[in-house]
Design a protein around this ligand. Sequence first.
Ligand SMILES: [Zn+2]
Length: 381
Amino acid sequence: MLFKDIVGQEQVKQKLIKSVKEGRIPHAQLFTGQDGTGKLALAIAYAQYISCQQKGEEDSCGICPSCHKFNKLIHPDLHFVFPIILSERKSDDDEKGPSGKLSDAFMVQWREVLLENPYITEADWYEMIGAENKQGIIGTTESSDVIRKLSMKSFESDYKTMIIWLPERMNQQAANKLLKLIEEPPQNTTFLMVSENPTQLLKTILSRTQVIKVPPIHRESIALALVDRYQMNPSRANDISRISNGNYRKAMSLISVEEENPYFPYFRSLMRLCYSNDVLGLLDWVGEASSLGREQQKELLTESLRLLRESLMLNMNLEDISYLAGEEIDFGKKFSPFINQSNVYQVFAEFNSAIDHISRNGNAQIIFTDMCMKLVKMINK
Ligand SMILES: [Zn+2]
């Protein structure tokens, strides 16, 4: 992972690079901040920079033998610990354990998910290992293994790096076991902990680390990355960066939502037909909507409600909390004179009642016709 591949965060990068150049690498650091800011990616890029054999002023070289291994996350002096789901048949995780109790057992999936998207969330990770709705932990067996690994000499690099992702998932015994090591690690060893909830960490651990605050990513940096990486047009990139609130993971998920929103054209034409009072056009619309499957009809109505709600916020100048993007924004602005605080509750109620009737297997043609005729009246009042 190179620093240049991480979106924004110039100040944090400079600080980390400076510590290496000045030979003052703290033995335990805690990267904190909300999700989607690139904390984990920064920790990995930092470890790579420490180990790189031909460091540049601003970044690792990317091509030396050390970088080659870091690029695939297989460097023998780079260690990872992260929450996993302990196998259920053993309750006592102090036991000398099967490999299923260690992060190492999940290393293949870990590398795969991280190389594809270093902005993963805890939920993404559990989904990857098929453990949705469960919460992983870092157990005491893991702590023992950390101690074992760090007591060995480094293999290839001058430095050994132990990256602990979400140390707040360590149980108390596991954390206690690591205290001494974190306080006095072997020479040329650095702990990089990456936490979303540092308040849940043991105070004794917290007090032994140097905190690196990773702030939300600047809007401009996210927009720039979207233009660069996805060839997105700048105004759309701006919209998405505004909505994503400094969270690059969210920006990426918004792109896929936007690409997959097939209902917007339906909604747009429905609203146009309503405010131009085009009854024949509306009957055609009803024909089209009725030919969709029942689940799609429900999605169409639910999505319309979302678009209405967001447009209303936009028209109340609450742009920062409106989740509309691109074409949706233009349209939302144009139809603002027609949907406003005076009729919006009735309009919402009409959509909700249509969803209700569709869910109860009512006749779609009748339900949509009825809804359209009422909307025309409300909108042209
Ligand atoms: Zn290198």
